[in-house]
Design a protein around this ligand. Structure first.
Ligand code: NAD
Ligand code: TYD
Length: 336
């Protein structure tokens, strides 16, 4: 395969490239990434000299560049996005530009160049919010109800991807996954932010009452699911990927992290809630399990320990990220 990965310098994209080249060393990957605040080539240090890997610094909204790259590609795996809900609340513009327009540019190039597969990475957040303590889960037939600028832009992109299949017969697949965690995640997201604050002896900000629920997926399990969809998935189909079977609240996760890191609950700080905060996400991932034989390899506690360990052993990586514009964002979001 000759794969064009977009957003491969980000968290999930970089894990995916490393995973793929290890498992399929004969394949070639071109990584198109604009290197926004979230893109970090340090994530790819272990494979940067691999002759089957090439990095292209560029924007997915650049039609000419995307067309050129697509002409030499058979498969596209589209991760590039603005991905953080809190940033979309501060400024939605880059979310509309990259997530909606950028996806359209890629689809047009895929169509013109007769790409064999366009796989679109999306999120469970397109489905909106579930009630706390309900047994309901997002499933194959759940209607879209996005509630943040981030999730609305991802929902728009999903619809456009599906329309290109229906209208132009473009061979697409989509996956909507839950909250990922693991190595190389930018410390603006909940789990790495908590770990890095604890490492620095700072308090951990918990929004509202802390009783919000997410479905958590270890990034390696996510990469394996994408692999199966690319190899055996049905063209035109959407697969839901989640990591859990039982609910776990944000506050329980923070307490687990504090315990693993040998700290007490005094390090928790309840802060102002996020506007329009989705109460609960839970995914029914039985279809990908039944049809492609996927289920998570990691249980949550084991993956959390490995993630904490990774951040502890990669303090230079963390320090470099935090020396950039991170402090500015942190102060805007959390105050001094
Ligand atoms: P990330 O923010 O860590 O990385 C995004 C990458 O895209 C960065 O390398 C960035 O430089 C690049 N990028 C942004 N705009 C670009 C543009 N215009 N052109 C080219 N590159 C651009 O994101 P992530 O957490 O790795 O998420 C990857 C994908 O998975 C996204 O589509 C996201 O919506 C989806 N997703 C993420 C999660 C999660 O928990 N992280 C959950 C569900 C779905
Ligand atoms: P986040 O990692 O931003 O992912 P998403 O909003 O896309 O689900 O947040 C996960 C959960 O953690 C969400 O309920 C918001 C909450 N949260 C906090 O309580 N404090 C924080 O500092 C952050 C970043 C998130």
């Amino acid at each position: 395969m000759r794969i064009l990965v977009t957003g491969g310098a980000g968290f999930i994209g970089s894990n995916f490239i490393i995973y793929w080249l290890k498992k399929y060393p004969q394949d070639t990957i071109v990584n198109l990434d604009a290197l926004t605040y979230a893109g970090n080539l340090e994530n790819l240090k272990t494979i940067e000299k691999n002759p089957h890997y090439e990095f292209v610094h560029g924007n997915i909204c650049d039609t000419q560049l995307v067309n050129k790259l697509a002409s030499n590609t058979d498969t596209m795996v589209h991760f590039a996005a603005e991905s953080h809900v809190d940033r979309s609340i501060i400024d939605a513009a880059p979310f509309i530009k990259t997530n909606v327009e950028g996806t359209y540019v890629l689809l047009e190039a895929a169509r013109k160049n007769k790409i064999l597969r366009f796989h679109h990475i999306s999120t469970d957040e397109v489905f909106g919010a579930l009630k706390l303590d309900s047994k309901e889960k997002f499933g194959d037939h759940t209607p879209y109800n996005p509630r943040s600028p981030y999730s609305a832009s991802k929902a728009a992109s999903d619809h456009i991807v599906r329309a290109y299949h229906t209208t132009y017969n473009l061979p697409i697949t989509i996956s909507n996954c839950s909250n990922n965690f693991g190595p190389f995640q930018f410390p603006e997201k909940f789990i790495p932010l908590a770990i890095s604050n604890i490492i620095e002896g700072k308090k951990v900000p918990v929004y509202g009452d802390g009783l919000y629920v997410r479905d958590w997926l270890y990034v390696d399990d996510h990469c394996r699911a994408i692999d199966l969809i690319l190899q055996k998935g049905e063209v035109g189909k959407t697969y839901l990927i989640g990591g859990l079977t039982e609910d776990i609240s944000n506050i329980k996760i923070i307490k687990k992290i504090l315990r693993i890191m040998g700290k007490d609950d005094n390090q928790i700080e309840y802060v102002k809630d996020r506007p329009g905060h989705d109460r609960r996400y839970a995914i029914d991932w039985s279809t990908i399990h039944k049809e492609l034989g996927w289920s998570p390899n990691y249980n949550f506690d084991q993956a959390l320990e490995e993630t904490i360990d990774w951040y502890k052993h990669n303090s230079i990586w963390l320090k470099r990220i935090k020396s950039g514009t991170y402090t500015e964002y942190y102060q805007t979001q959390y105050g001094k």
